[in-house]
Ligand binder design. Structure first.
Ligand code: URA
Length: 259
């Protein structure tokens, strides 16, 4: 029973991925034993110095790496090789994007869930199915837009990405937007809205949603119109919010019609 409780606790903390066949007890004391005479005589007087471990890339590296990418393929490749965000270790794979590379509208979600992590495509689970219906209701589909996430790796246990993870991934998000150079952005949920509109970070999504703001994107000379709205996962949990989401979709359709 105790074991079961301990397992449940780990699950609640988000440790829901097995990374190795056997658990490692990092709290256990290292086992020491005396060297045998043969081992003693074989030992070299000056053991070669261990090479320092390569430093984990940080925000500055992420910015340089992202800026150096001139195409979306290069960006995807660079992100696949980026080890600075710990989520890339626990996730199955990078979830780069879906939809058109020359889309006029980019839709930005929060982070991949379990289905997206398996499929390597954003918004393919229940929230994605609702997003497809929302797009269809205003005459759009996935091929007409670009769909990406603020953070491109699944956080374990579907927890929210941390501020640090969001900040580390931001240069890649900006670079993808700059390479596509759309006419506008739809930010789904508080995480995407705050990442793209840092000046509005003090306002909740309920206040932000429904009015167009200006998003400053690195590499683009002019700010992009950005409409914050509710995340489809929130709408699945809170059907009463769908009326407001419908208003936002109509505002989006109106804006698209007038491009
Ligand atoms: N929620 C998101 O924000 N993004 C996805 O890709 C799936 C669910």
């Amino acid at each position: 029973m105790e074991m079961l409780e301990a397992l449940r606790l780990q699950w609640e903390w988000g440790a829901d991925e097995a990374l190795a066949d056997l658990p490692i007890d990092r709290l256990a004391a290292p086992t020491l034993r005396a060297a045998t005479p043969t081992e003693m005589s074989a030992a070299t007087p000056a053991a070669p110095r261990q090479r320092p471990k390569p430093a984990t890339p940080g925000l500055t590296d992420a910015k340089h790496l992202a800026q150096a990418c001139q195409t979306l393929d290069q960006l995807a490749e660079t992100m696949r090789g980026f080890t600075g965000c710990a989520l890339s270790v626990t996730a199955t794979q990078l979830v780069f994007a879906d939809g058109a590379a020359d889309a006029k509208l980019i839709i930005i979600g929060e982070a991949p869930g379990a289905e997206e992590d398996r499929a390597g495509r954003p918004f393919v689970g229940p929230a994605g199915q609702l997003l497809d219906k929302m797009l269809a209701s205003i005459g759009l589909d996935r091929t007409a837009v670009r769909i990406i996430n603020t953070v491109p790796w699944r956080p374990p246990g579907n927890r929210a990405p941390t501020e640090n993870e969001i900040t580390l991934c931001l240069p890649f998000l900006h670079r993808q937007i700059a390479l596509i150079a759309p006419r506008g952005l739809l930010a789904l949920g508080a995480v995407a809205a705050k990442a793209l509109l840092p000046r509005e970070a003090g306002s909740g999504i309920r206040r932000l949603r429904g009015s167009w703001k200006q998003a400053e994107i690195d590499g683009l000379s002019a700010p992009l119109p950005c409409l914050p709205s509710y995340h489809p996962a929130y709408l699945l949990r809170t059907p009463a919010a769908k009326a407001d989401a419908w208003r936002d979709l109509l505002a989006l359709r109106y804006w698209l019609n007038n491009l």
